[in-house]
Design a binder for this molecule. Structure first.
Ligand code: NA7
Length: 537
């Protein structure tokens, strides 16, 4: 079993998802005693919790996987172009077994509080099991989308049927057969779940507030010969991926969408539509995310596709995004999503014209009347990027709570360390490229940087690393400035915190690219950790 919690350990990793498990592996290689504290009943993080029907990664499996072990790359066989949640979870279990990671993971243990001891340069952690752990270093590998958002719809507890949230889906099978099912929310989770639920349910009613731009996934089985060909050049691919702008490898565009004529644009968009990549349409021209006119050419292309698939014109119009530019909220990859609305037992309720008034014992009442239901599925999203850190009561130097320090938005130097919270690192946290990239690549970059940093500290007898407030402010300004050159910040989305009532409205990710971010982080390390203060107890 895991080391007895009473002993101080060198490092605590919070979370046993893709980030936390890799962090454990790397810290072990450094020779640190490390324990992973995981709230769930099992490892897997995001891929443990989000086991809703249709859950699938929207980055290709051959790219959305660890790159640190060439042997692992060669031995693991992905069965589909886009891996399903069960397959990714099997992969994570395989990695945990292969690298013997499980013995340092303490399951069913949620970190509730972390207090910094500024004399000892140690963190004291409290958990919901009553165990406490003391450690020099804490790495929050708590995920960028792990705290489900409270949808705040009155009456939810009065409903007498079944209620599920996509991100807290039960481990037992949930049957929709013969049931009148509602799905609330049409982000990527809803978009994946809706077609699968529709296959079984007696009726499906989708409650939509904002339509998504949904691109076809073109998922398919991977043929062994094709995988073998790919694997022959895997090391080369992994190198290119690491050096890339977004953690995926592609030929960057060179022209503005507005330089092309309509026929040329349509041909480029059709080709991207046929390929089935999340970022396919974004990669056609340089200015899709920076110029509203350029963006509108893509947005209208997608709307035309929706009109060509959905037979009822009124439904097609409701499904057509018009209130925000393409990809300023995360686009979705779907499989048969729009076709689902052609089924006779599937209907769409537009919450902009007929908002939900309350959930009742029998169903959902909108301003237009009551919908009788047997099951309600919330696909209403997350308190993204900052939710998982702020759900822990973290108290830094001088007794300052992180919740106060971040009251007006997250502050963090390089998206890695927040000033006055020494020796506390975040993986895939706010102000880092995280959600704008293939996070499998981003998490490796951050874990490796953190590991190198800790190695440096230990080599030099340093027991405390903290961010300099000015350096932190400079990073925050840089993140905001880069975002301001794009169409992202003006849009209400979980990127800007606008999906959670009362959350400060700040663009939460670094839009400058993973390549540039990696360079910034490496330069800081190469120059002896500029922007940080290093101290010894
Ligand atoms: P998202 O992308 O945040 O989507 C949540 C959806 O739920 C979205 O359509 C919301 O509409 C809707 N929503 C949220 N709250 C409500 C309430 N109270 N009433 C009605 N509708 C509501 O979360 P997902 O889980 O789909 O995806 C998250 C990411 O996980 C995804 O992008 C991938 O990166 C993986 P809104 O847009 O707020 O009007």
């Amino acid at each position: 079993g895991p080391p007895a919690a009473a002993h101080p350990v060198d490092a605590v990793v919070v979370g046993a998802g893709l980030s936390g498990l890799y962090q454990l592996h790397r810290l072990r290689q450094l020779g640190l005693s490390t324990v992973v504290l995981e709230a769930g009943d099992d490892i897997g993080g995001t891929w443990y919790w989000n086991r809703y029907p249709g859950a699938r990664c929207d980055i290709e499996s051959l790219s959305y996987s660890y790159s640190f072990s060439p042997e692992l790359d060669q031995e693991w066989q992905w069965s589909e172009r886009y891996a399903s949640q069960p397959e990714i979870l099997r992969y994570i279990h395989h990695v945990a077994d292969r690298f013997d990671l499980r013995r340092d993971v303490m399951l069913r243990t949620r970190v509730t509080r972390a207090v910094y001891d500024q004399d000892g340069h140690l963190w004291q952690l409290a958990t919901d099991t009553g165990r406490t752990v003391t450690a020099r270093f804490v790495i929050l590998a708590t995920g960028c989308m792990s705290v489900p958002k409270d949808p705040g719809i009155p009456g939810a507890h009065s409903f007498t049927g079944a209620v599920h949230h996509t991100a807290r889906w039960p481990r037992e099978d949930v049957s929709f057969a013969g049931k009148r099912v509602a799905v609330i929310g049409t982000g990527c989770s809803g978009v994946q779940a809706i077609p699968v639920i529709a296959e079984q349910a007696a009726s499906l009613t989708v409650f939509q507030r904002t339509p998504a731009y949904v691109l076809p996934a073109r998922n398919r089985p991977l043929r062994p010969a094709e995988t073998a060909r790919f694997k022959a050049r895997y090391p080369e691919f992994r190198r290119a991926q690491r050096l890339s702008r977004s953690g995926t490898v592609f030929e960057p565009p060179t022209r503005s969408a507005l330089e092309a004529d309509q026929a040329e644009r349509t041909a480029a968009y059709e080709a991207a539509w046929d390929e089935g990549f999340l970022n396919g349409l974004l990669r056609t021209y340089t200015d899709i995310l920076t110029d509203e006119k350029a963006n509108e050419t893509v947005a209208e292309f997608v709307r035309a596709k929706i009109r060509s698939i959905v037979t009822d014109p009124a439904t097609a119009e409701l499904l057509s995004p018009r209130t925000y530019p393409f990809a300023t909220k995360r686009p979705c990859l779907g499989t048969g999503y729009y076709d689902t609305y052609n089924l006779p037992h599937v209907s769409l309720v537009d919450l902009r014209t007929t908002p939900i008034e309350t959930i009742t014992p029998r169903g959902i009442r909108t301003s237009d009347g009551e919908h009788d239901l047997d099951m309600i599925v919330f696909a209403t999203g997350f308190d993204a990027l900052t939710g998982s850190q702020l759900s822990i009561d973290i108290v830094g130097k001088g007794g300052v709570p992180l919740r106060d320090r971040w009251a007006e938005g997250p502050r963090s130097y390089l998206g890695l360390v927040s000033a006055s919270f020494p020796n506390l690192f975040t993986v895939l946290g706010p102000l880092s490229p995280s959600v704008l990239t293939n996070i499998a690549v981003s998490l490796e970059q951050q874990v490796e940087w953190i590991t190198d940093c800790i190695a440096h500290l230990r080599r030099n007898g340093i027991t405390e690393i903290d961010a300099v407030p000015d350096a932190e402010a400079g990073w925050g300004a840089h993140v905001a400035e880069v975002a301001a050159r794009t169409l992202y910040p003006a849009v209400d989305s979980w990127y800007t915190g606008a999906n959670v009532p009362g959350k400060p409205r700040v663009f939460l990710a670094y839009a400058g690219g993973l390549d540039r971010y990696r360079e910034e982080c490496d330069t800081v390390a190469r120059n002896g950790y500029t922007g940080f203060t290093l101290a010894s107890s």
